[in-house]
Ligand binder design. Structure first.
Ligand SMILES: Cc1cc2nc3c(=O)[nH]c(=O)nc-3n(C[C@H](O)[C@H](O)[C@H](O)COP(=O)(O)O)c2cc1C
Length: 185
């Protein structure tokens, strides 16, 4: 038996990918952070990534203005900080201070990396596509970083600190801790 899902929850049927923290900043402002579950790689050559951001968010304004953003990969140990970044707007609070996260200078863009995260993609906006109440920002990945003890071609999710954090919806998350091989032949 299958049950019908309300359309306002349609995305929860298919999307429980990794949640990331997106940093954005304009020259005269403090850096901002937001949680983003709707993210995906889009192209290898050139390296492109997409994030879907509601037009009402402060981060939307900052990314539009500066044309840059950084994706930061949190581990489950900082899930409460992820929720601070996903529930409060940077219009009201400095989320680096509120969540006790540490900004570190990026190499290629103005928005900072988050020191407490285990991976980072520095991106410049290549294209923007209006999709309903969101904008799909397509970013060219200029620089990619990963914690060396936790990433060996792929995330070593069975090591402490490298577990994947996935957003199920609302206040619910899943953690991936087991690496399986599915090679054929
Ligand atoms: C786990 C989680 C995932 C989220 N994913 C997205 C997302 O993919 N796109 C989006 O527009 N908002 C998403 N949000 C909501 C924003 O992170 C949230 O509204 C945030 O406070 C916006 O901050 P800002 O106004 O400082 O930009 C998510 C929230 C949480 C808690």
């Amino acid at each position: 038996m299958k049950k019908e899902i309300p359309l306002k929850q349609f995305h929860r049927v298919i999307n429980h990918g990794s949640v990331i923290l997106v940093t954005s900043q304009i020259e005269e402002g403090v850096p901002n952070i937001m949680a983003v579950a709707w993210n995906m790689p889009l192209s290898l050559i050139p390296p492109l990534v997409g994030i879907s951001i509601a037009k009402s968010h402060f981060s939307h304004q900052l990314i539009l203005q500066r044309g840059e953003f950084v994706l930061n990969v949190p581990s489950p140990s900082i899930v409460s900080k992820v929720m601070v970044c996903g529930k409060i707007s940077g219009r009201e609070e400095n989320k680096f201070e509120k969540a006790k996260l540490t900004p570190v200078a990026s190499e290629k863009v103005l928005p900072p990396l988050i020191q407490e995260c285990i991976g980072h993609l520095e991106c410049r906006v290549e294209q923007k596509i209006e999709v309903g109440d969101h904008t799909l920002f397509i970013g060219n990945v200029l620089k990619a970083w990963a914690e060396e003890s936790l990433f060996d071609g792929v995330w070593q999710v069975d090591r402490e600190g490298a577990e994947g954090l996935h957003h199920l919806g609302g206040d619910y998350f899943a953690i991936s801790r087991e690496k399986i091989s599915a090679s054929v032949g």
